[in-house]
Ligand binder design. Structure first.
Ligand code: ATP
Ligand code: MG
Length: 631
């Protein structure tokens, strides 16, 4: 046995041990999934504190999610025997949480947490203010994409002055960016990106303060270094300038956040900034069975832009990945729930399972099937119900309103999907009060509006009586066709995560609608599922033993005995937009999709099931082009 191992109870192989104990100077560990990179970081932290008597408060340990920070702390207490006090003074968490804790103590960045722009819609409000000045058409302009680009600029340390817009669109976004930054400053508001950018500027502007922090932090440890972005990298470079005791671990094959400004080049070119860096590779996979490692290797080596690395399995047991070929997403969900139940009967625990998907909306059927089963399951806390998506809500509003003419909320959605402004709503309210009628009745009485608007409004009421007496699927098609809803979807595009499209939402909704004969049944189902979603998020907070539903992005760094990847068809994995780029001769987005699949596959320990539905969104789908790479 290697020295110190027993005392620290670390259980490391010799390359891992070398990585843990080489504590002087910069060190880069670059290694495949499941090779113990995270374990090395935890062990190194324990080694620094217990063997080298470094004060925990001098150590900065950066994790990719706050959850993994908690897990690391638990492991440090349980396995390495650190005391809760030691853990308490250790500076650990995500870049955002660590940097925010630093800036909030110093002028001029003493932001109050209540002034945080937490959600996209809060940011969009400011952006839309600016858009009005540019007289940009609300319907035509993709605000979510603008926000994403602004975030990208901020994370790559590009203030408005430095940006050279490539085209007219970027020129407009640049205007919005400038306005957004000024407005925020004026109101004392800040967003998540500001936590990083603010910290970087704080150090640049106040050298004395920087010096104090440089003296305080003597050791840096960073997990998932392949997904670091410019502002994070530069800030760490400033902080670690004196000691250069910087240990970073990563896997370029798992770089999956390019859209947020993450750039594996910082890791691949680490030696440029740290010429005397030691580089350690780990080549033993301790997570997955032999066949899973082999398949994952086979897939990822198809990427052209990557650093070659070895990954040997430690276990010879296990089976090759399974493939499911369900008829559609409903059957897919049923097959998986049945399979999970069977494995639980054979002794597995619910927490041994994870179900992974490319985008949030792709989990709709899975969620509903699980909600009807009695399996305990966990949702991502920020995942909203599918039925609350803007486009879906907008369409359902017609159905709600046909049942309940007093549903003003629904009326609001209907009006905005008809591109009618807020003032119509106010007029309707006034009429309904003055003439003592319902808002719907008021629709017929409104006069002081443009003729084209009046024409649209006049269509609503007769529509309702027809909607009432038809099947949900026909109703949806009528709304699309006759109320110009299809056009609204096209113009109103996506929301939040820009890769999820409004038109896909409608197709997903139609899959649900087909299951019911009457509009009321569909609406009952929807309200039940919205309530379930809320309830499950509440309940599942307290579940310790539950099946996990996760996007592949969120699954990074985690591991599960049994993993299911759902919707493995072209257009989902790889995503449509990557296929689109490929048609334009751009290969990189497709490689990022392949990395996503690699991340998903390498979460599995014992079994990996890849599900390839024949139909998706009521249409024939084609198996993911990555599937043939398994052979
Ligand atoms: P990822 O790239 O997915 O983040 P990783 O390289 O960080 O993976 P870890 O999560 O640290 O890998 O380790 C993978 C699994 O292997 C964990 O369950 C860990 O406890 C286990 N493991 C790591 N090293 C050893 C070892 N020397 N002996 C036994 N098990 C090990
Ligand atoms: Mg890890």
């Amino acid at each position: 046995a290697l020295p110190n191992q027993e005392f620290l109870n670390l259980n490391l192989d010799s390359s891992q041990y070398n990585a843990v104990t080489a504590t002087d100077g910069p060190l880069l560990i670059i290694a495949g999934a499941g090779s113990g990179k995270t374990r090395v970081l935890t062990s190194r932290t324990a080694f620094l504190i217990k063997e080298q008597m470094i004060e925990p408060k001098n150590i900065m340990l950066v994790t990719f999610t706050s959850k993994s920070a908690i897990e690391m702390k638990e492991r440090l207490i349980k396995v390495a025997g650190l005391t809760p006090q030691q853990i308490h003074s250790l500076v650990t968490g995500t870049f955002h949480s660590i940097f925010y804790k630093i800036v909030m103590h110093h002028e001029p960045y003493r932001w109050k947490s209540t002034n945080l722009l937490k959600w996209d819609y809060q940011k969009e409000k400011i952006i839309k203010e600016a858009a009005r000045e540019l007289t940009l058409d609300e319907k035509e302009f993709a605000f979510d994409q603008a926000l994403q680009l602004i975030g990208y600029w901020k994370n790559t340390l590009l203030p408005p002055e430095l940006i050279k817009p490539k085209d007219q669109w970027e020129e407009r976004v640049l205007f919005l960016y400038r306005y957004y930054e000024n407005r925020k400053k004026e109101y004392g508001l800040f967003d998540f990106d500001d936590m990083l950018v603010g910290c970087y500027h704080l150090f640049l502007e106040q050298p004395d303060l920087l010096k104090r922090y440089q003296e305080r932090f003597t050791h840096f440890l960073i997990d998932e270094f392949q997904d670091i972005n410019k502002v994070q990298y530069e800030t760490i470079k400033l902080l670690s300038h004196t000691t250069k005791n910087l240990c970073v671990v990563g896997d370029d094959d798992q770089s999956i956040y390019a859209f947020r400004g993450s750039d594996p080049t910082f890791m691949l070119e680490f030696e440029k900034d740290y010429p005397n860096a030691r580089i350690v590779t780990l080549s033993q996979n301790y997570r997955s069975s032999h066949m899973i490692v082999a398949s994952a290797n086979r897939i990822i080596t198809r990427n052209l832009r990557r650093r070659e690395k070895k990954m040997n399995a430690s276990f010879n047991n296990g089976q090759a990945p399974f493939f499911f070929f369900p008829y559609n997403e409903e059957e897919e969900a049923t097959m998986i729930v049945t399979d999970i139940k069977e494995k639980i009967k054979d002794g597995a625990a619910p927490s041994d399972f994870a179900i992974l998907y490319r985008t949030h909306t792709a989990s709709r059927a899975m969620f509903e099937r699980l909600a009807q089963s009695n399996l305990p399951f966990k949702l991502e806390q920020d995942s909203d119900s599918f039925y609350n998506r803007r486009i879906v809500r907008g369409l359902l509003a017609y159905l709600h309103l046909s049942k309940d003419p007093n549903d003003t909320d629904a009326l609001g959605h209907v009006l905005s999907s008809l591109f009618l402004k807020q003032n119509v709503m106010n007029d309707l309210k006034a009429i309904s009060i003055l003439e003592d009628c319902s808002m719907i009745q008021a629709l017929e009485k409104i006069t002081n509006i443009q003729p084209f608007q009046q024409k649209k409004l006049r269509k609503i009421v007769p529509m309702f009586s027809r909607l009432k007496s038809t099947s949900p699927i026909t109703a949806i098609e009528m709304i699309e066709r006759e109320m110009g809803f299809a056009e609204y979807v096209k113009k109103n595009g996506n929301e939040g995560n820009t890769i999820e499209k409004g038109s896909d939402d409608i197709r997903d909704l139609k899959v649900v609608a087909k299951k019911f004969k009457h509009v009321q049944e569909l609406l009952d189902h929807v309200s039940h599922m919205v309530a379930m979603n809320k309830e499950m998020k509440q309940i599942s907070k307290h579940y310790t033993d539950a099946v996990q539903l996760l996007t592949i992005h969120r699954s990074k760094g985690l591991e599960f005995k049994h993993v299911y990847i759902i919707g493995t068809v072209d257009g989902s994995i790889p995503h449509d937009f990557a296929l689109e780029s490929l048609r334009n001769g751009e290969n990189e987005p497709l490689e990022e999709e392949r990395r996503l699949l690699y991340v998903a596959m390498t979460r599995a320990e014992e079994s990996l099931t890849i599900s390839v539905p024949e139909m998706r969104r009521n249409k024939i789908s084609h198996p993911s082009r990555f599937i043939k790479e398994f052979l």
